[in-house]
Design a protein around this ligand. Structure first.
Ligand code: IPE
Ligand code: IPE
Ligand code: MG
Length: 250
């Protein structure tokens, strides 16, 4: 994270763990699937808000973790079906709203119809500029680091790269989010205060915000509250508070 970013009042990249769909449904004595459907509606609202916000360039949403395959098969298939129908109905709308869609994670585990839709969504929206929406699907921060290590070691073995040249910049270049600024603001809904294998490398200096609101209830007002909390903080990146004040007000 560079010092130039210190003056920034609003987050350029917001990364969200959308948690609490299951509990939202259970509180209403409804099947967990209903919570996941309600979660998609919340996604629409938050994407709309971020697309209208001129400072927010990237919105990353954790949709399915590499560990979520451990859930009951019935829930996994509901999530896969919902993923596909959501892409079928939303890609054109995202494109119309000038939103670029990207996916991070190991997509080879998904069935071919889903992979095809993911590729189509990325292709169709690749030149859009209002917002980049990153969906983390079958994603894990550890997976990302492992796949980067694999590619780097292959490049060393092929003689393209020397092991002495491996540094943070080289590693970063091989990670899924290398094209984007690091998240400024991390939000986790649903009350748990953990990172659950999301963006382990990139969260190094991200401001963390936890809210008990369950994801289907998370809305523009709640997001604005998170942004306001972010704006009240002093990011130090290892400097002292006094140094930061000087850098911010030269
Ligand atoms: C997040 O909600 C959505 C996914 C992980 C796909 P959960 O399904 O984890 O909801 P809770 O945490 O059980 O309430
Ligand atoms: C994190 O939520 C993953 C997503 C929101 C997609 P989980 O509900 O899977 O996380 P844990 O298991 O409570 O840590
Ligand atoms: Mg959960």
């Amino acid at each position: 994270m560079s010092v130039e970013r210190l003056n920034l009042a609003a987050p350029r990249h917001i990364a969200i763990i959308m948690d609490g769909n299951g509990r939202w449904a259970q509180q209403r004595f409804l099947p967990r699937a209903v919570g996941h459907h309600a979660g998609v509606k919340a996604v629409r609202k938050i994407v709309e808000f971020c697309a209208a916000d001129s400072t927010c360039e990237v919105l990353s949403l954790f949709a399915f973790s590499s560990e979520n395959w451990n859930r009951p098969e019935s829930e996994v298939s509901i999530l896969m079906a919902l993923f596909l129908t959501t892409l079928q109905s939303e890609i054109d709308k995202l494109h119309k709203n000038n939103i670029r869609l990207c996916f991070i994670g190991d997509r080879t585990a998904f069935d071919s119809a889903l992979q095809q839709k993911m590729n189509e969504g990325e292709q169709k929206t690749k030149d859009n500029t209002a917002l980049t929406l990153v969906i983390a699907a079958n994603y894990g921060g550890r997976w990302d680091m492992a796949q980067a290590c694999k590619v780097i070691s292959e490049r060393v073995a092929a003689g393209e790269l020397s092991s002495h040249e491996i540094n943070e910049t080289v590693i970063n270049k091989h990670l899924s989010l290398s094209d984007f600024p690091e998240p400024d603001l991390f939000i986790r809904t649903g009350g748990e205060q953990r990172v659950s294998n999301f963006m382990l490398w990139q969260l190094a200096y991200t401001e963390l915000y936890f809210t008990p609101i369950l994801w289907p209830d998370f809305n523009q007002i709640a997001l604005q509250e998170a942004i306001t909390s972010f704006q009240s903080r002093q990011r130090r990146f290892g400097y002292t508070g006094d140094q930061i004040t000087v850098i911010a007000n030269p």
